[in-house]
Design a protein around this ligand. Structure first.
Ligand code: FCB
Length: 477
C-alpha cells in the first residue's frame, strides 16, 4: 500500500471568505478533514430531475415522460413536468452553488431537448439553454462536468427498442460526437454514462424505472449496449476534445446477501457480477465476469469488448450504501433487493447508513482496476418533510451521513487510493425517479408549490467544509 507523503495543516484561522454575516455557519463544520485545496468538491444534478419545461422550446418526449404519464409508476402520481423549473431558474441555481464556495458542477444534458426528432437537426433553442448555463458557470468560476446520458433516452429511440436494440449504442456515440463538437473546450470534464447498472436493472430488468421493461434478456442486452455505446462515445470524445478529461460514472456498491442462506449468497454473487463487475470489467479489463459471461454471449459480438475497453482519465463512483440482496424467483436472474438485517442508524428510501461501504467500494476499484483516478460523483441522503413550516431545513441526519462518508473517503486516500473529488447529490430537492417528490436529496430545499429555494443546514455545513479545505496548505513531511 502506498504511504501518503503529504500532510495538511490549516492556515491561520481567518474569517470564511464570501460568507454573508447572517449565514448560520454551523459550529459542527468539520475541521479534521485533510482533502486540501486541490481536491474537487462539487454538486451533482441531472437534467430530467431538475429542468422541467418538458414541452418547451422544441423538446420532445423522453422515456421518463412516457413512464410518468402512463401506468401509475411514480409514487403519488408525481411527474417531472415542472419539478424544480431549473430551465427557467438556472441563474439562481448556479448562484446558489457558487455562493457555497463550490467550484465544480456535474450536470447532464437532455437528449430529447437537443435532438427532438429521429435523424432530425439539432434544436438550437436546446443548445442555447446549455450555452447560457455554461456562461453562468464560467462567469462564477465554476467548472462544468458534463454527463452526456443520465437516463433520459428520446422516446423515438425507445420506439425502436431503446437500449435492447444494438443500434442505440451507435446513436449514443453519434450524440456524444455532436455534443462534444458543439461545446468543445468550453467543458473540461466529460462523463459518458450515469450508472449503466441501475439503468439496465431497474429500467430493463425489474421495470421499476423507465422504460419499464422486464426480464433477464432485456436487462442483459441493455447493459451490453450501454457498455458498447460508452466505449464508442469515449472514442468520439477523445477525437473531439483531446484536452479534456474523459470518464464515466458507475454505481459501485458492495453487495451482501440479506441472510446466510445459500440461495441469498448465490443471488448476491450474481448481482455483484451484474451490477459492479459487468460495468467495470468490460471498461477496464475488456471482459465480462465469468459468472455471467454466458448471459452476455448472445449480444456480445466479436470485437465488442475491445470497444468497451477504453482508457479513461477518471472514474466517477456513485455510492449510497451497500446492496443487500435476497433470492426471489419472481425477478430477473432471481435476485431482488432485500434488507440489511443488522441494525442501522438511518434509513430513508431504504438506504442504510454504511459509510465504511464507501471505503470498500473505492478500495475495490483501486485494487482491481489498476489504481485509476476516482472521484465520488454522487453521495447523498434522503429526507422526508412532515408538512410543517421550515420542515426539512434542520437536516442533521444528512449532515451526519455526509460527514461519515467523507471520513471514510479520507481513509481511502490515506490508504493510497487516487481520489480527486467528491460531489454531493444533490444541489436541489428534485424528482427522485419512481419515488417522485417525496424523498428529498437536496442541500437546498425546494418548495414545489412556489418553487422557492431555501438552503438547509447541510448546505451551510458543506460550504464551510469546502471553504476550510480551500484554505489548507500542503506541507511536505
Ligand atoms: C442515483 C441516481 C441519481 C439520484 C440518486 C439518488 O442512483 O444517479 O439520479 O436519483 O440515485
Amino acid at each position: 500500500m502506498m504511504k501518503r507523503r503529504e500532510a495538511m495543516r490549516f492556515l491561520a484561522a481567518a474569517p470564511l471568505p464570501f460568507v454573508p454575516d447572517d449565514w448560520p455557519i454551523t459550529q459542527r463544520a468539520p475541521t479534521s478533514y485533510a482533502f486540501g485545496p486541490d481536491f474537487n468538491f462539487g454538486f451533482s444534478t441531472s437534467a430530467y430531475q431538475i429542468e422541467g419545461a418538458v414541452h418547451e422550446d422544441g423538446r420532445t418526449d423522453g422515456i421518463w415522460d412516457i413512464f410518468c404519464h402512463t401506468g401509475h409508476h411514480i409514487r403519488n402520481g408525481d411527474n417531472a413536468d415542472i419539478t424544480c423549473d431549473h430551465y427557467h431558474r438556472m441563474p439562481e441555481d448556479v448562484a446558489l452553488l457558487a455562493a457555497a464556495g463550490v467550484r465544480n458542477y456535474r450536470y447532464s444534458v437532455s437528449w430529447p431537448r437537443l435532438y427532438p426528432e429521429m435523424n432530425g437537426p439539432a434544436n438550437s433553442k436546446g443548445f442555447a439553454f446549455y450555452d447560457r448555463l455554461l456562461d453562468e458557470l464560467h462567469d462564477k468560476g465554476v467548472s462544468p462536468w458534463l454527463c452526456l446520458y443520465h437516463w433520459d433516452l428520446p422516446q423515438y429511440l425507445q420506439a425502436r427498442g431503446g437500449w435492447t436494440n444494438r443500434d442505440t449504442a451507435y446513436r449514443l456515440a453519434e450524440f456524444s460526437d455532436k455534443v462534444s463538437r458543439y461545446f468543445g473546450s468550453r467543458i473540461g470534464h466529460w462523463m459518458v454514462l450515469n450508472e449503466a447498472a441501475v439503468h439496465a436493472y431497474l429500467g430493463h430488468g425489474l421495470g421499476f424505472h423507465a422504460p419499464g421493461m422486464t426480464g433477464k434478456d432485456n436487462w442483459v442486452s441493455a447493459l451490453h449496449h450501454l457498455n458498447l455505446g460508452q466505449g464508442l462515445s469515449v472514442q468520439a470524445l477523445r477525437a473531439n476534445v483531446p484536452q479534456a478529461r474523459i470518464g464515466t460514472v458507475a454505481s459501485v456498491e458492495p453487495v451482501r446477501p440479506s441472510t446466510k442462506s445459500a440461495d441469498d449468497a448465490q443471488a448476491a454473487a450474481v448481482l455483484d457480477a451484474m451490477w459492479n463487475g459487468a460495468v467495470l470489467d468490460p471498461l477496464f479489463l475488456g471482459e465480462y465476469p465469468a459468472l455471467v459471461r454466458d448471459d452476455f454471449a448472445p449480444y456480445c459480438r466479436s470485437g465488442d469488448l475491445a470497444v468497451c475497453r477504453q482508457k479513461i482519465d477518471l472514474l466517477g463512483i456513485n455510492y449510497y450504501s451497500r446492496l443487500h440482496i435476497r433470492y426471489d424467483p419472481k425477478y430477473a436472474l432471481d435476485v431482488f433487493f432485500g434488507s440489511n438485517n443488522d441494525p442501522v442508524k438511518y434509513k430513508a428510501l431504504n438506504v442504510p447508513m454504511e459509510p465504511d461501504g464507501l471505503y470498500e467500494a473505492v478500495m475495490h476499484v483501486h485494487d482491481r482496476y489498476g489504481r485509476p483516478e476516482i472521484f465520488i460523483s454522487e453521495n447523498g441522503f434522503a429526507t422526508v418533510k412532515d408538512g410543517k413550516p421550515g420542515s426539512g431545513l434542520e437536516d442533521d441526519g444528512r449532515l451526519e451521513y455526509l460527514a461519515a462518508n467523507l471520513a471514510f473517503l479520507q481513509k481511502s486516500r490515506e490508504a493510497g487510493a487516487n481520489v480527486s473529488g467528491y460531489f454531493v447529490w444533490s444541489l436541489l430537492d428534485n424528482f427522485e425517479w419512481d419515488a417522485g417528490m417525496k424523498y428529498r436529496f437536496g442541500l437546498v430545499d425546494v418548495d414545489f408549490a412556489t418553487l422557492k429555494r431555501t438552503p438547509k443546514q447541510s448546505y451551510y455545513w458543506y460550504s464551510a467544509l469546502v471553504r476550510s479545505q480551500a484554505k489548507m496548505q500542503v506541507v511536505k513531511v
